[in-house]
Design a protein around this ligand. Structure first.
Ligand code: F6R
Length: 234
């Protein structure tokens, strides 16, 4: 696990954007993508860069259940506004959230993932340590599945909706096993509200109570953070 600490967020996001530009230049063609506030400056940099994703394929981490893709709140819309409209991929997949049989759709999404190993998986982290929408307690061998969002995740995401009541109660998410299949994982964590989760990660104790801690089991993780984290003494 390599921690790249930046005091200055502009520099952090410039470096993270370069990471992706370089990866494409070096032949990476399959990307796992994330949404959320953390990713907006990264996508802004990529939009304004020369990067060319037209030969690449992307798979998003998650989508809210019950939200049609055309909704302003869907991650489908987010990705188009933040990245795909400006930088189209050859193919982009975002889980669907508004079908009758979500579990079947999740299985289909997982089959797609199994046929397309990700070169890089981009991740943010929830205040409670979730990665994608794998909330605390999610099994490490989980594949794409439907999950109930915790009250704290719904509260954290209420800022994107007009009220807490509007925040969906469930989501479909890549599982932890699916995420760990990527050759490289790039995690971005900015802001003091992410400190408890990040300190639990660098502490090195792997526990389902803090899903991000599972990254200790992956051989190739790069973290971009503006948090000065204690280095674990083993
Ligand atoms: C988004 C996702 C989530 C977010 C996390 C942090 O696709 O999978 O795990 O990365 O909730 O969200 P922000 O960046 O809004 O703090």
């Amino acid at each position: 696990m390599e921690i790249r600490y930046f005091e200055n967020r502009e520099e952090l996001y410039a470096a993270a954007s370069k990471h992706f530009e370089q990866a494409v230049a070096n032949g990476a063609r399959t990307f796992g993508l994330a949404t959320g506030g953390t990713m907006e400056p990264l996508y802004e940099n990529l939009r304004n860069s020369d990067v060319d994703f037209s030969a690449a394929t992307s798979f998003n981490l998650d989508e809210y259940a019950g939200i049609p893709k055309q909704s302003e709140h869907s991650y489908y819309t987010y990705m188009h506004e933040q990245l795909f409209n400006a930088k189209p991929f050859a193919q982009s997949f975002v889980p669907v959230g508004d079908v009758d049989d979500l579990a079947a759709a999740a299985r289909e999404y997982e089959a797609l993932l199994q046929a397309n190993e990700r070169d890089i998986q981009l991740l943010g982290v929830g205040e409670n340590g979730h990665i994608a929408f794998n909330e605390p307690g999610t099994a490490f061998d989980s594949e794409t599945h439907v999950i109930a969002l915790t009250p704290s995740t719904r509260e954290a995401n209420a800022r994107f909706f007009s009220s807490l009541d509007e925040v969906p109660t469930h989501a479909v998410t890549m599982g932890i096993a699916s995420i760990l299949q990527a050759k490289e994982i790039v995690l971005i964590a900015c802001g003091e509200n992410k400190r408890p989760a990040m300190e639990a990660l660098v502490d090195g104790t792997v526990t389902v109570d803090v899903p991000v801690s599972v990254l200790n089991n992956h051989p190739n993780v790069v973290i971009y953070t503006d948090l000065k984290l204690p280095v674990a003494v083993k």
